[in-house]
Design a protein around this ligand. Structure first.
Ligand code: S3P
Length: 423
């Protein structure tokens, strides 16, 4: 994909539906009694992997441009798949499904692509075994995961990392456990699972870093409207902030307070970002308007990290165009995403002439160097590819993104969307 320096981006766009909520909508709809009509579902490869796995367990799902309809199988209605369940590149599919599969009366195997086979699964194996699950992985901690039937009991689990995938795996196993299940996180991670389970009639109480779930008899299907993904909107917010002369409105973006750290970080950097048309619902949404402005470096650390974990690659791009130093700390989790996103972003930004350094738990970016176009690698990581596309539009001259098709994991029309606003 070739990109050239942009003279300014203008216009109004909508981004595809939230990836995290899309996965949960089809999974929980599959476990509910009755039909779930889902609008705004993300037709990205990761969410299609979830659909594929559910279909292999006998769940009937209708897909059309307008809506997805899941014909719920009920909590105890999944069928034994004929072979291994392939989760592609999707950590959310792998980890959330493992929680559900641990409680099924049939054995199963979860496999994924080369990236999934490297991602840490010990973090889910440990608590699921504590609940009584019979689950094992390659070398005890990687995919493929083998799961055999077992009776589960509720536990109280202190999570070593703030991870919504881990929290959700435990809570989903808790749907089938004897007794309540409590998870305690070091900092709050995204709470889509808790919100959606409550909407389906499950008793799940949250209090800061602690969630307690009581196993229900059944889930009651309820229609789900999915707002645009703030993680996809973030590419336009940063592009609009750093490309002089830009003004972009991204409509109907989910701004769940456990996900809106990118808004807070951009405001702290001096971005001219306004929020309008706020709509409250199961998941709050709003329109976000960004106008270009001078940015300055900040520190991003602590409890803010889980609230913007997926936006850190593109925030690193913002930092490279900001005046002064940006320090990202407490972000070790970035090393175990679809790629090592600390190594990837430092390497790719350096190609463009940025002054940045990898640290044990993040990176330091000394912003304000004049950046130039280059041939950027995507590291087979959708968010690295899109972040470097934003960098390419803001840098001087021409750039290339190698292996750009990886964006279809979370945003199939990304490059077209950039073109419609002048990229
Ligand atoms: C996700 C949670 C986050 C995030 C991922 C999606 C989810 O991962 O990075 O893209 O849908 O629960 P962790 O919870 O493992 O940090």
């Amino acid at each position: 994909m070739k990109l050239t320096s942009s003279a300014g981006l203008h216009g109004s766009i909508t981004v595809p539906g939230d990836k995290s909520i899309s996965h949960r909508a089809v999974m929980f709809g599959a476990l509910a009694d009755g039909d779930t009509h889902i609008s705004g579902f993300l037709m990205g490869e990761d969410c299609l992997s979830t659909i594929d796995c559910l279909r292999k367990m006998g769940v009937s799902i209708d897909l059309s441009e307008q809506a997805v309809v899941v014909h719920g199988a009920g909590l105890h209605g999944l069928k034994a798949p004929a072979g291994p369940l392939y989760t592609g590149n999707s950590g959310t599919t792998t980890r959330l499904l493992s929680g559900i599969l641990a409680a099924q009366p049939f054995p199963s195997t979860l496999t994924g692509d080369a990236s999934i086979e490297k991602r840490p699964m010990g973090r889910i194996i440990t608590p699921l075994r504590e609940m009584g699950a019979d689950i094992d992985g390659r070398e005890g901690k990687f995919c493929p995961l083998s799961i055999r039937p077992a009776a589960l009991h509720g536990i109280t689990y202190h999570m070593p990392v703030a991870s919504a995938q881990l929290k959700s795996a435990i809570l989903l196993a808790g749907l089938y456990a004897d007794g309540p299940t409590t998870v305690i996180e070091p900092a709050p991670s995204r709470d889509h699972t808790e919100r959606m389970l409550r909407a389906l009639g499950v008793q799940a109480e949250s209090d800061g870093c602690r969630v307690t779930l009581h196993a229900p008899l059944s889930l009651h299907a309820s229609d789900i409207e999915i707002p645009g993904d703030i993680s996809s909107a973030a590419f336009f917010l940063v592009a609009g902030a750093i490309i002089p002369g830009s003004e972009i409105t991204v409509r109907n973006v989910g701004i769940n307070p456990t996900r809106d750290g990118v808004v807070e970080a951009l405001h702290a950097m001096g971005a001219n970002l306004t929020i309008s048309n706020l709509r409250q619902g199961a998941e709050p949404a709003a329109d976000l308007t960004i106008r270009s402005s001078e940015l300055h470096g900040i520190e991003i650390s602590g409890a803010l990290i889980p609230r913007l974990i997926d936006e850190l690659p593109v925030l690193a791009v913002a930092a490279a165009f900001a005046q002064g130093e940006t320090v990202i700390r407490d972000a070790q989790e970035l090393k175990v995403k679809e790629s090592n996103r600390i190594a990837a972003m430092v390497r790719e930004l350096t190609r463009a002439g940025a002054d940045c350094t990898e640290t044990a738990d993040g990176m330091i970016i000394r912003g304000g160097q004049p950046l130039h176009g280059a041939a950027f690698e995507s590291w087979s990581d959708h968010r690295v590819a899109m972040s470097m596309a934003v960098c390419a539009l803001a840098a001087a001259g021409e750039s290339e993104i190698v292996n750009p098709e990886v964006v279809s994991i979370s945003y199939p029309g990304f490059f077209n969307a950039l073109q419609t606003i002048g990229g």
